[in-house]
Design a protein around this ligand. Sequence first.
Ligand code: TMP
Length: 240
Amino acid sequence: RSREYRHYSQAHCREYNQCMKRAMPAGRQGFFIVFEGGEGAGKSVQASLLVAKLRAQGHAVVVTREPGGTRIGEQIRAITHNPENVDLDARAEAYLMAASRAQHVAEIIAPALSDGRIVVCDRFVDSTIAYQGYGRGLGPDVIARLNELAVNGAKPDLTFFLNVPVEVGLARREGSVKKDRMDLQEKEFYTRVHEGYLTLAKTSPARYVVIDATASVEEIASDIWKIIEETVRVRNGKNS
Ligand code: TMP
């Protein structure tokens, strides 16, 4: 009977530890990189180039995006991006972005970081602060508070803001992709989003890197790689 009890207790501990690992991103070993930027900034291209380089060096990398990144998150994305949903309320939009994020953190980001992987994510909380906080005018603080529950402690170690003037970004998008609901806003909306990002970069200089995204794809990739190498060097230096 005591053996049975011990058996139960070990299994229970294993399960408990697993849960605790997921619930406590602060104790993680991984590294969380986020790409942010307005429309046509080239985030997705740069995210894939970075992931390829990291993998070539033998790193375990998870690449993902928001809204989406999970089966449920992609269903939420279908709602937020559907051009028929012109009547989607700004607050409902903010909650949908946060709901997609909560699922994403629980299912993908926190477990990957606990396993020591590098997570490269196309957009995270700062997108909601920029688009719903500044763009829709809900305000940055209320959006930051709204997201506390969703992220459950997960925080980017490094955020690349790919900075392009609004006109340049919109011109790049013009004609190149199928227009979704988020592509159909007035120019002033994207200007507020852009200003929001610049404010975020100013207020979180430790984790924000502003990249001039008007340069060529190769130049941008090389700027990003330099920062990654420097970050790894500093980290290793700290750890040794
Ligand atoms: P993208 O995947 O092409 O960058 O499109 C995502 C769109 O969704 C983009 O217009 C930004 C918008 N968005 C928000 O408005 N709030 C958010 O929290 C996120 C993650 C994206």
